[in-house]
Ligand binder design. Sequence first.
Ligand SMILES: [Fe+2]
Length: 363
Amino acid sequence: MPDASPTKWHRAHTTWFFEQFLLTPHLPGYRVFDEDFAYLFNSYYVAAGPRHARPRRGMLTRPELPRVAAYRAHVDEAVERLIAYADAAALSEVLRILEIGLHHEQQHQELLLTDILHAFAQNPLAPAYDASWRPPQAQHKAAPGFVELPAGLNTIGHDGEGYSFDNEGPAHQVYLRPVRIGRGLVTNAQWFDFIADGGYATPSLWLSDGWAAVEAEGWDAPGYWRKADSVWLQFTLAGLKPVEPEAPVSHVSYYEADAFARWAGKDLPSEAEWEVAARAGLLDDAFGIVWQWTRSAYSPYPGYRAAAGALGEYNGKFMINQMVLRGSSHATPAGHARASYRNFFYPPARWQFSGVRLADYAT
Ligand SMILES: [Fe+2]
């Protein structure tokens, strides 16, 4: 699958990130581990040179795993040396890039799991990645209704405390109209109703691009769902399991989230509404279960400027044609989630742990 990468590639790529952006510019005399690796393990940084095509990462059977591990050990040792011996003038920039590299690696830790899940799902034996894995449990066993968000001026965006990616700023004011936001996440039981009511067979519920995806991909249920003897099963990190009605729905695309909301007579919240409600503690399961699609296109906040140089390519150049997801999933590393975090994927994507929270503008 063009969007997914092999585990070995993730490990080598996150290692390359430290080598490319931290060690080569900042550690005098640093010796690159292998001159060929930049081509293999540069993801999308045009300013850092040519690179292997993303859809073909799965073809990289070499280097073998021990060489990737040796690459990591080489880079780890050099990073430790850099931290120990950097002079005071250089240290703040060294630590700034090191911190970006660590948060970058946390993002790939989540991708490791979503990409393994996708790869294993292609295997007719339905292998378990972790037989003890269980779907994360929501706080509520049934739809818990909506919370009111009053009209008014609110500040969103990261405002300085702790780490953030550049796309989370500048903080700025937004005016919100009154809205009710789902206190909890949409569940599999609600999705059963959507399916039973012909949700996947009713073009009027879908955006044009969404309906094209339904037809082209043959979608009739969320990603990884399979029907066996009229029972819905879901391929999970623990292998093939019955779909749990009370669990929040996962692995739905933006198109499906949008169609479900239309079917329910509701909307998806904007990312500003989501953030204001999450900061106020109004939302249950905002973090740690599934990312939640918003109705907001991924675009720059007012006054956003990408940094100069290759690291400026991290977020800014992707601010087109994608939708924002908020919150975090159970695969998100601890400490990586925050209210201002802006995740983003293309509307058809559903290999991530992506779910739905509704909004309601009816008065
Ligand atoms: Fe990356």
